[in-house]
Design a protein around this ligand. Sequence first.
Ligand code: ZN
Length: 245
Amino acid sequence: MVNNAEKNALVVSAHSADFVWRAGGAIALHVARGYQVHVVCLSFGERGESAKLWRRGNMSEEDVKLTRRAEAQAAAEILGASIEFFDLGDYPLYADKEDLFRLADVFRRVQPHFVLTHSVSDPYNYDHPRASNLTQEARIIAQAEGYRPGEAIIGAPPVYCFEPHQSEQCLWKPDVLLDITTVWDKKYAAIQCMEGQEHLWEYYTRAALQRAVQAKRNVGIASAHVISYAEGYQSLFPRVTEDLS
Ligand SMILES: [Zn+2]
């Protein structure tokens, strides 16, 4: 196996659970290959994605945030990723210039070989495209020689948009299907850390099964390759290659 000890990846999640549903398999898979994967949660999803916690009653926003932080930390640990929280707030998630620079600094520090974030459109949740835009803009700033001159700039890591909750309405169409069969157990264990959103556990299991069927169709029915679970991604930039096979 290729030694990827020097390889890094960055995942930017609008809310504290998005990275688990949408990219947990990719994270665990690359960690298993020796990548260092770092997750940035821009918010805890305390207002918009914690309904079950609020229904407990007697919960303050601080209580919800603490619970969500603990869930996300436990999930990241299972997946093998490091994690940090920007605590920008959600519903709405807004970032100022300092937040943008803070994320650009993460890009410089991590030097990612690829980046995972949200789709560029989501009419059900404006925090998601805002997180995607922030990620892309931070990436561009981190590439600029004139930003903190003298620091090592980043290259041009590919950006993959992970699967939104309502794919068609988000104009999201996968052009990459990642086989996550070998790490599904880890992803499902991480999913189960998200007690505040138990209604999504089964939904994202079905999504992984469905993408696996699609993946199998695209490797050919004669292939001996067994794919039981997969994640879909949409790339933002063309892949540069000298080999089309
Ligand atoms: Zn979200």
